[in-house]
Ligand binder design. Structure first.
Ligand code: PLP
Length: 376
């Protein structure tokens, strides 16, 4: 099996698993317990929190651990809106290509709580995503602007800095879903002007079932999970110690990811693919700033779902777009929001690399593709 679906999830690194193992066996203490076993867990979770904070260039007290990236996005959006319930006529602004963990949450919360959900369309200008449609949506009634750092389907980076500058000027909270950012673009919330930033361990070689939200010092969010005083009273529940230790180790390693090496592998794939197929393939958004690991490829006139199935039979894991819509027959809404038509979106495969992929694996894929694509 050769794995090229690293935007869906990544393999847990051996170092990460090894760091977790003691906490899955004899180190089973509860970090809130006052005895020695509890203390060991507390030391380990404090260390992990520090590793995550260091990776993001922030302080430990600004990190709230969550059960996943989706929860972090829910906390950011719902937690912000709950602070503005008594002032009617407010709005929030998101992009048209947000992951459902932002899009569905924003739409649900706006409908439920009486806010206007403004969805900024994606326009490409001078080989970059134009911030203007976002600026057009932001006004003095905007309470939250939530824009992803990197798109999960294409790897395309969004222009956070000018958007958040405009948001800040009207006093709105700035949130970025950076689930596809860590380990790929070395994102730092303070550099892009984010007040809130979501992340998820399984996207950067950590375990599933754990993520977190950076909450800039001074920003107050309503909590969603009430109970004990964990996470400084911001998210109740006994810490998932093994997962948190794993996320800390993964964040520590992610800081030193050789991003250029991954980009080299991706670029080699794209160049060889173009040489092989000429204008029968099109690399979507190749001229835009992208994460180094993602390649969104249109096999013109082909059915991406069929290609995925055939590649799977040959032992290759790829995707047709967002993991949650893979296998569905409707082409990706995200790709269409980026300007592709239905046919183009349906012909697209997402090949997403990680530092664990090798040149030999890319060559194997390039060898397998012609047999599959030709027969289709
Ligand atoms: N946001 C983005 C951009 C994602 O790609 C994903 C996962 O695919 C999520 C949020 C959800 O993260 P999680 O799977 O940890 O809930």
């Amino acid at each position: 099996m050769i794995y090229f679906d690293n935007n869906a999830t990544t393999q847990i690194l051996d170092e990460v698993r090894d760091a977790m193992l003691p906490f899955l066996s004899d180190q089973y203490g509860n970090p809130s317990s006052a005895h020695a076993l509890g203390n060991k867990a507390r030391v380990a979770t404090d260390r992990a929190r520090k590793q995550i904070a260091t990776c993001l260039g922030v302080t430990s007290s600004e990190i709230v651990i969550t059960g996943c990236g989706s929860e972090a996005n829910n906390q950011a959006i719902i937690g912000t809106l709950l602070n503005h319930m008594d002032t009617p006529g407010k709005n929030l602004v998101i992009s048209a290509i947000e992951h459902p963990a932002v899009l569905a949450t924003a739409q649900w919360a706006c409908k439920r709580f009486g806010f206007e959900c403004r969805i900024a369309p994606i326009k490409i200008k001078d080989h970059q995503i134009d911030p203007q449609p976002f600026l057009d949506c932001i006004d003095e009634n905007t309470v939250l602007v939530s824009v992803m750092a990197a798109n999960n389907e294409t790897g395309v980076l969004l222009p956070l800095v000018p958007i958040f500058k405009a948001a800040r000027s009207v006093g709105a909270i700035c949130h970025t879903d950076a689930v596809q950012g860590i380990g790929k673009i070395g994102i730092k919330p303070l550099e892009v002007g984010a007040d809130l930033l979501s992340f998820s361990a399984h996207k950067f070689h950590g375990p599933k079932g754990i993520g977190g939200l950076f909450i800039r010092r001074g920003i107050k969010l309503e909590s969603l999970i009430h109970g004990g005083s964990q996470e400084n009273g911001r998210r109740a529940g006994t810490e998932a110690v093994p997962n948190l230790v794993g996320m800390g180790a993964a964040a520590d390693i992610a800081q030193n990811t050789d991003i250029e090496a991954i980009a080299k592998l991706r670029d080699m794939f794209e160049e060889r693919l173009l040489a092989l197929y000429g204008n029968k393939v099109h690399i979507n958004f190749r001229d835009l700033a992208r994460t180094p690991n993602a390649s969104s490829v249109q096999f013109k006139g082909q059915d991406g779902n069929l290609l995925l199935i055939k590649l799977d039979r040959q032992g290759f894991c790829v995707s047709t777009g967002a993991a949650c819509s893979s296998g569905s027959l409707t082409p990706s809404k995200g790709l269409m929001a980026m300007g592709l038509n239905q046919r183009e979106a349906a012909a697209t495969l997402r090949i997403s690399f990680s530092k664990l992929n090798t040149v030999a694996e890319v060559e194997a894929l390039l060898e397998a593709l012609p047999k599959i694509v030709k027969k289709n």
